[in-house]
Design a protein around this ligand. Structure first.
Ligand SMILES: N[C@@H](CCC(=O)N[C@@H](CS)C(=O)NCC(=O)O)C(=O)O
Length: 312
């Protein structure tokens, strides 16, 4: 991480923990929204990693809303280095395109010279101001859906005003137990913290299995932001979390309704084109604290890989 603008120590996934060994995630630092006069086609770039579920939320929204030709993407190498995320050098990864910028942390110090914190993706970058606008995926989803509406080439609304409360309630319900729950299991530093997290993960999955036995999407109204948030965790579960994060009580494949839901979403191009199993596996298994030798497992081979365009 960066401390007063200087890169400290080697990269380490465990951000902070409480006295019982529970993983604590840092909160995001750049949280601006965009006004009408800020919106210009081509002005912003989205810095992402296909490995990262939070970044993939924003990639899927960008595709669903038809923002691809207005916001370009820069993709990091999924393999973590001692200096955090690096650009290029992996199929599907790109160079930064900014002179002298090899690592994501350089974009943070370019924005704020004395920045202290982790240099995370996703980042919404302003090419005009040469600075980070926002590094919180939940906000970037709102920027794309609401602030950039004039640029949309799609009639999809991922957050209809009439059901915003229901969207926020659903998101809240799955964030701690599932989206972040898998990380709390994987990065737990005590048996008790691990078991607590795993139990919550599977309680959430069991409930969702029941929900999707009767419903096509997370909310009965149709596709929303909630489906994006759920999808990015479900799609990483069997290929990575199940073994690396030890969330191995059941696979998503063992849940018929959840598997059908996953396949339903993968038949929508915005979901399949932004899912790269090669990035997901190489990235997660490069976390040295959990897998010191960096060996990437060959399996599993899952039936839904047939929907993926690249990187299987
Ligand atoms: N709150 C952030 C979390 C982003 C995040 O934690 N990204 C991870 C990748 S999955 C990251 O960049 N980690 C690098 C680090 O922690 O140093 C968001 O949702 O945008």
């Amino acid at each position: 991480m960066l401390v007063n603008g200087q890169w400290q120590r080697k990269w380490d996934p465990v951000q902070a923990k409480d006295s019982e060994g529970r993983f604590i995630r840092q909160s995001s630092s750049f949280t601006s929204r965009l006004g009408a006069s800020d919106i210009e086609s081509g002005r912003y770039s989205l810095i992402v990693g296909y490995i990262c579920p939070w970044a993939t939320r924003t990639l899927i929204a960008r595709s669903l809303l038809g923002l691809e030709e207005h916001i370009d993407i820069k993709v990091v190498n999924p393999v973590l280095t001692d200096f955090g995320w690096r650009f290029g050098g992996f199929p599907g990864a790109t160079v930064s395109g900014y002179s002298g910028v090899e690592y994501v942390h350089q974009l943070y110090t370019q924005t704020q010279a004395d920045y202290t914190g982790r240099a995370t993706v996703p980042v919404l970058w302003d090419n005009k101001g040469q600075c980070i606008v926002n590094n919180e995926s939940a906000d970037i989803l709102k920027i794309f859906n609401q602030d950039m509406r004039v640029l949309h080439q799609s009639s999809i609304d991922l957050r209809p005003a009439a059901i915003e409360d229901a969207i926020d309630r659903f998101n809240e319900r799955i964030y701690d137990s599932l989206n972040n729950g898998v990380y709390r299991a994987g990065f737990a530093s005590s048996q008790q913290a691990y078991e607590e997290a795993v139990d919550q993960v599977f309680a959430a999955l069991d409930q969702l299995e029941e929900l999707f036995t009767n419903q096509k999407y997370a909310l009965a109204n149709g596709l929303t932001e909630c489906d994006i948030r759920l999808f990015v965790t479900l799609v990483r579960f069997d290929p990575a979390y199940f073994s690396l994060f030890k969330t191995n009580v059941r696979r998503i494949e063992d849940y018929p309704a959840l598997s059908a839901y996953l396949e339903r979403l993968l038949q929508i191009e915005a979901f399949s084109v932004n899912t790269r199993i090669d990035h997901i596996k190489s990235g997660y298994y490069s976390i040295k604290a959990l897998n010191p030798l960096g060996i990437v497992p060959k399996g599993p081979d899952l039936p839904w890989f047939k929907y993926l365009k690249e990187g299987v």
